[in-house]
Design a protein around this ligand. Structure first.
Ligand code: PGA
Length: 245
């Protein structure tokens, strides 16, 4: 089943008010590629300005807390993100799993909080280089899926992003065969855990997606879009990736 493609940009800890000018060019490409869902996830302090600047573009967040409010210094809740204009949130990015020691259980709680607020959860999974080299990649990723999948998943509000840790920001990508194998395994796990809903959950590929490799990656079986880091910061780099979808 061909699902509507999604191309999401993760600005990480990059960008500024001045950099939001890039959204104008991205919004123009999104309007041309109306068969693709285009999402930009800037740092949380820029969400309100980004959504005010481009009401025609989907804006998301890079993380959330699972609690509605409370004594969690430095954290932001889903309802706060939603009020600022976010319609989606990335959870369990490998940089948060490593920098902030987030566990599958944390990721699951964040995804559940997002979905119960009607906000799309983009749950990230992916193996390290050592895990791939030892033949463990599929097992590691399926274990992450089993542990991180929200209990309240719906097809529209859950997206999975497969991002091999060793491919993020390195310019390296897995072979097409390896991406297709992993996405097929994730699809199987989603169907096993969610039933028919699992067929409709989009599975994005992330890790060094560039204008030069986007078309090939985006047309592999079970690849329903891309999660893009570095190449999402400039419309000149991101727009060809949207166009390739
Ligand atoms: P990259 O990052 O495209 O810069 O490799 C992807 C990501 O971490 O989401």
């Amino acid at each position: 089943m061909a699902l509507r493609k999604m191309v999401a940009g993760n600005w990480k800890m990059n960008g500024s008010l001045a950099a939001l000018v890039e959204l104008d060019g991205i919004a123009a490409q999104a309007a041309t590629s109306s068969h693709v869902d285009v999402l930009i996830c800037p740092p949380s302090v820029l969400i309100a300005s980004a959504s005010a600047r481009r009401a025609d573009l989907k804006i998301g967040a890079q993380d959330c807390h699972w609690a509605e409010s409370g004594a969690h210094t430095g954290c932001v809740s889903v309802s706060q993100l939603k009020e600022a204009g976010a319609c989606a949130v990335i959870v369990g990015h490998s940089e948060r799993r490593s920098d902030n020691h987030e566990t599958d259980q944390d990721v699951k709680k964040k995804a559940e909080a997002a979905i119960s607020a009607g906000v799309m959860a983009i749950v990230c999974v992916g193996e390290t280089e050592a895990q791939r080299d030892s033949g463990q990649a599929v097992k590691i990723v399926l274990d992450q899926i089993a542990g991180s999948l929200p209990g309240n998943a719906t097809q529209g509000l859950l997206v999975i992003a497969y991002e091999p840790v060793w491919a993020i920001g390195t310019g390296r990508t897995p072979s097409s065969e390896d991406v297709a194998e992993m996405h097929a395994a994730i699809r199987g796990a989603l169907i096993a855990q969610l039933g028919e809903v699992g067929n409709g959950v989009r599975i994005l590929y992330g890790g060094s997606v560039k204008p030069t490799n986007a078309a090939e990656l985006l047309h592999l079986p079970n690849v329903d879009g891309a999660l893009v880091g570095g190449a999402s910061l400039k419309a000149a780099d991101f727009n060809p990736i949207i166009a390739a979808a």
